[in-house]
Design a protein. Structure first.
Length: 58
């Protein structure tokens, strides 16, 4: 499974790989920093739901 994900990622155009690695993934991971803030758990949950919804539309 990991190999399939990796090969799928590597099949993307180079600019998309750069965008995912240096913008999309870090921004999604940054939601973890806000979990202890008021409403932070909601922000983290919504960020993950939005990401999951995009994957369902593929």
């Amino acid at each position: 499974m990991i190999r399939e994900i990796w090969s799928s990622f590597r099949a993307l155009p180079a600019l998309v790989q750069i965008w995912v690695a240096f913008i999309l993934a870090p921004v999604n991971m940054a939601t973890i920093l806000f979990i202890n803030q008021p409403g932070g758990l909601l922000v983290a949950a919504l960020a993950n739901l939005e990401h999951s919804a995009k994957n369902l539309n593929r």
